[in-house]
Design a protein around this ligand. Sequence first.
Ligand SMILES: Nc1nc2c(ncn2[C@@H]2O[C@H](COP(=O)(O)OP(=O)(O)O)[C@@H](O)[C@H]2O)c(=O)[nH]1
Ligand SMILES: [Mg+2]
Length: 431
Amino acid sequence: MVRLSGSEARAIAEAMLRLPGGRDLEANRAVFCELVDTVTRDRIDEIVVTYFAAPHSYTTDDVVELSCHGSPVVLARVVEMAVARGARMAAPGEFTQRAFLHGRLDLTQAEAVRDLIDAESLYQAKVAARQLHGELSHTVQPIKRALVELIACLEAGLDFAEDEVSEMPAAEIVSALASIAEPLHKLEASFAFGRVVHAGLTLAIVGRPNVGKSSLFNRLVERERAIVTAAPGTTRDLVTETVTLGGLPVRLVDTAGMRVALDEAEAIGIRKSMEALADADLVLVVLDSSAPLSDVDRELLNDVRERVAVVVANKCDLGEASAPATQLPVVRCSALNGDGIPVLREEILHCIRGGTAAPEGALVTNLRQQQTVHVAVEALQAANISVANRVPHEMLLLDLYTALRSLDELTGATTTDDILDVIFSTFCIGK
Ligand SMILES: Nc1nc2c(ncn2[C@@H]2O[C@H](COP(=O)(O)OP(=O)(O)O)[C@@H](O)[C@H]2O)c(=O)[nH]1
Ligand SMILES: [Mg+2]
């Protein structure tokens, strides 16, 4: 699809269209028509054109969308002809940026458009769609209103100090501050889960060589992705694959077996395994349950005892020679015949949910949003201390204005151009 937005969009498009019956484009109507070369007048495609008249369009400008069959040469020619008539190429995210600048979307909604496009799981899409609908902004609105009311009361106390208006009592200010801060705390806390929804999780599969890490990895990604051999030390590079578990993207990392390396490549592989283990949100420690526990096994179990981890007693089809002594959940399975794999999946899901329960209501899903909420929370805390210390209300108001400004930044009511540039540059072109 080629999408044009702006006051000239319609004229530029019509020059390359042959509409049925020589008619004009009609707002909110899709028409089937011929696409003609503006120079040769040859027909080069048959397309569907949709025209959205300002202000009822995505950008609030006139928008024309040309849906072609998809030949890259035809699409390139359409763009070329449009540019020849005065159009210019859109910057990444520029359509959404215009929608934002014209007040059609706020900033959290614009970010939701990007998240929706980038969604790798339906659950991510659902969360983004909720934010696109304004869930986060709607949650912030009443908080902002309460803050503005408090500011107004304090300002009135200052302005009319000589008149009848009395200063707001400290207890009342404290209770107003608490009711404003409480939902903000909740929002800030939602980032623990929002971050995971947005960025997914990493799960590292670690263990001694030959315990069946790659076999297990293949089981979890449901295809033969990593090489499996009977020879120890086969996997040297990290092999990664993303799967969806509980609606969240989980990046599985198969690693080189932990042992004293036999050559340089293996040594590098083992170092990378250590890094993957350190970086992972979740760890699967794989043991060969048919063999006695080795020192490496014990060391690994000790290393991850404070982590979110699951111990996999693999090769259970060969009988059980070792039962690991650990506080971590242990799942017996066989990567060879598939026994216990569904239980393992459940256990991984349990870890994901346990560490990061989905909170009720709006989610803060990126660092920018989290930081604006955090600044507001801190400013409210400072205001609380000021009240306790009987600091003059002029000073107290400074903190409240800081909080208000930060909430305005969250929704983009006040945001500097450079921040906007950063946000919209993460979009793809045409969105
Ligand atoms: N009997 C049995 N053999 C397994 C099992 N899982 C893996 N293996 C075998 O153990 C060997 C090493 O497996 P691999 O996945 O490459 O182990 P890695 O070195 O930890 O990645 C291969 O011959 C596998 O077929 C299992 O559950 N039972
Ligand atoms: Mg391997």
